[in-house]
Design a binder for this molecule. Sequence first.
Ligand code: FES
Ligand code: MG
Length: 579
Amino acid sequence: MDLDPKEGAMMRSQDWYGGTGRDPFIHRAWMRRGVPDHAFDGRPQIAIANTASDLTPCNAHLNEVAEYVKQGVWEAGGVPVNLPVTSLGETLVKPTAMLWRNMAAMTIEEMLRANPIDAAVLLGGCDKTIPALLMGAASVDLPAVVVPGGPMLNGYFRGERSGCGTGVWALSEEVRAGNLSEQEFERFDKQMVRSKGHCNTMGTASTMGIMAEALGMTIPGVAGTPAPDSRLLEAAHASGRLAVELALEDRRISQVITKESFHNAIVTLAAIGGSTNAVVHLLAIAGRLGIDLTLEDFDRIGGKVPLLVNLQPSGSYLMEDLFRAGGVLAVLDQLTDLLDPAAQTVVGAPLISFLGEHPVWDRDVISLRENPLQDEAGIAVLRGNLAPRGAVIKPSAASPELLTHTGRAVVFDSIEDFHARIDDPELDVDADSVLVLRGCGPKGYPGMPEVANTPLPPKLLKQGVRDMVRISDGRMSGTAYGTVVLHVAPEAASPGSVLALVQDGDLISLDVPNRKLELLVPEEELAARKPAFREVSSFAKADRGWQKLYIEHVQGADTGADLDFLVGSSGSIVTRESH
Ligand code: FES
Ligand code: MG
């Protein structure tokens, strides 16, 4: 490989290692420990921003992936450095991993900037890790490439595919309905989680890996490679090589991700039936890059895109099947006319230049464009007096007959309030009721947890009810399903929220075809309710630490729930020395 940096460009890391004198001496001396002299001669220093952690089981295999990245970096003439960064495990971290996404992004940003790094390979997987990596790296704007850690192998229950997340939600409802014993449910765990990797449904992790590819931030074709597949290690090696090239070319994230890239991401999100959480993450990533992306863009661009991928939670199959059937490129191959031809990739060519010869090997898993699973997929953005700044619903995961529905509100002020009352046989609720769960927004919880896909009342489950309209300012796991209106903004804890004023028995009208969400209560009456509201609801408060910073600065879900002072970029320049 030609090791000459692009004309005029000197590696950023030479600010640390180049020249003579005390400071460069210090920077080199401590780094030696077996590293050869030529490591400091001006060649690219490649950080492997690595979210491997035993407490993020979905990412635990990334240390192995990092070894293959390293080999690729050395081979291409660069110097790899492993940079463990804040990791977030969706299943363990309390009160919700989303509370820490912005913190992870902030620490990733600061450590990439503070260190002698010319480009980064971003290793993520579990839900928040790829968003945090992209947000942080975007705010430094160094060259970077993503290697998504990939999904687990298929899970099965009684011989049928049962994805992690989705299977848990479905089977736990069967336990509550009295159709499945606790013992059988317990035995499901090893059948569900069979291998390394992240959730194998089209949940948030799978979605965000694919979003990274659609944004142009992976080598095309890599997203969705199962974690145990040797092709992932091959991709890691290639991405290490590519990172060296990126540093030499000085091809930065801001040159790869543009408004056009988000167009492609939204088309892809619709076609794969991706997680609603992608809306919040993509808005936040756009905010870091100063790209004007709005909620409406999701509906406008994604609303007419056909659903082609038959994966749980909306469909039948799992990520291993998607890869076998031809993968993301076989999906995008059919959508070239909907993609923006100008959108670039890290490889230095437009995304569409990688399309054209990716057949579909299993039409049950990836539908052909002329015979889609749904004609119009995507995420619907709702407005109305109940959500003046918007709310979202994933129609492909909802019950068609509930997409237009009016019902009486049954209101819960917190998830604790919900759990305390939902199993009560006396609860005044029927199949037509609308379950309203508030106090679960970014500020209110705090952290906007995935609680909006609430379980249903057992008395209705026993009658055979399996879906109801639910409305919340919280999020829903990407592995979940149901007619759930999410991300209501402004959230209940925000001044001026109408969601905060809803009372039991109020009529709520959901009209997805017309993108409406209305509380059918006269203006005057709502105005009269306002003063009483704060006393009936108690939302999160914090005196110190991250939670205090978060509550004071977090923005609404409608703009990505980033902290106000983290929006935008500070670039990669650090002017002052440490000694
Ligand atoms: Fe990690 Fe689902 S829990 S991806
Ligand atoms: Mg999740």
